[in-house]
Structure formats: structure tokens, C-alpha cells
Design a protein around this ligand. Structure first.
Ligand code: AMP
Ligand code: ZN
Length: 137
């Protein structure tokens, strides 16, 4: 039996407030919401991060994320929606089963996400790193 908490939600071993499911994907409410309407979208088939997931499974997750975002917009009328997906512990991933967060945002909500101060980088270094990534494609 899987020890993964999100696999347990998929298997119905632990409860969740589900808002959508199909063969590939499940969407349910986050139990520690950063704002009202904080929703998670996961593949039903276990995959830890964006690095390992099958591209078709990822596409299904992202398509569903758009549908749920549209439903959140209609249901809650937020001023914005933050979409985040964390990969591995260094990025803040706590549950090692890929999930996309949809976080409704309201002006002035002061959530400490996605509000960084832009600091200009060194263009030579940016180009060098861009070339390194491009060479791997
Ligand atoms: P992350 O840091 O991206 O791995 O976030 C994991 C998220 O899963 C957090 O926002 C948690 O609040 C949420 N979470 C953990 N356990 C559950 C659960 N049983 N049902 C719903 N959401 C959960
Ligand atoms: Zn899992």
C-alpha cells in the first residue's frame, strides 16, 4: 500500500473535499488554505515532480488547472489567481506527489508569495546560463 498521502486521497483511504475528477486527474481543496478557494490539482498516477511525470499526464493536470481556475473565477470572483507548482524540497515541496496550487488572490491580501523585488541581473551571466540550458534541449 502506498505511503503517499495524495495517493491515499486518490484511493479514497483518506478524505478530501473533491471538486473534480476524471480518469487521470483529481482536484480537491487544500486543507491549509492560503486564501479562500485554495485548490490542488494532482495526477492520479503517482509522479513526484515535473522532472519525472509523463508529459501527457502533466498536460491533463494543466488542462484541468485551467478549468478549475475558470470555475474559481466564477464562484469567488478573485482579483487574481496564483498558479504554483513546487519541485523538490529546496523549492518548498512538502508532499512528493506532483500538485498544482491554484490560489485565489485579492488586492491587498498581503500573501507572501509572488511579490519579489526585481533586481537586475548580469546580462553576460544570463546569456551564458541561457546557452547552457539551450544546449541540453
Ligand atoms: P507543497 O509545499 O507544494 O508540497 O504543498 C503541499 C500542500 O498540500 C500544502 O498546501 C498542504 O496544506 C496541502 N495538504 C497536505 N495534506 C493535505 C490533505 N490531506 N488534504 C488537502 N491538502 C493537503
Ligand atoms: Zn502519490
Amino acid at each position: 500500500m502506498s505511503e503517499c498521502i495524495f495517493c491515499k486521497i486518490v484511493g479514497g483511504e483518506i478524505p478530501a473535499v473533491k471538486v473534480y475528477e476524471d480518469d487521470q486527474v483529481l482536484a480537491f481543496m487544500d486543507i491549509n488554505p492560503l486564501n479562500n478557494g485554495h485548490t490542488l490539482i494532482i495526477p492520479k498516477k503517482h509522479a513526484e515532480t515535473i522532472l519525472e511525470i509523463d508529459p501527457d499526464e502533466l498536460a491533463a493536470v494543466m488542462k484541468t488547472a485551467q478549468r478549475i481556475a475558470q470555475a474559481i473565477q466564477k464562484a469567488l470572483n478573485p482579483d487574481g489567481i496564483t498558479v504554483i507548482q513546487l519541485n523538490r524540497r529546496a523549492a518548498g515541496q512538502v508532499i512528493p506527489h506532483l500538485h498544482v496550487h491554484l490560489i485565489p488572490r485579492w488586492e491587498g491580501d498581503e500573501l507572501q508569495i509572488s511579490r519579489w523585488e526585481p533586481v537586475a541581473g548580469d546580462m553576460e551571466k544570463i546569456k551564458e546560463i541561457g546557452a547552457k540550458i539551450k544546449a541540453e534541449l
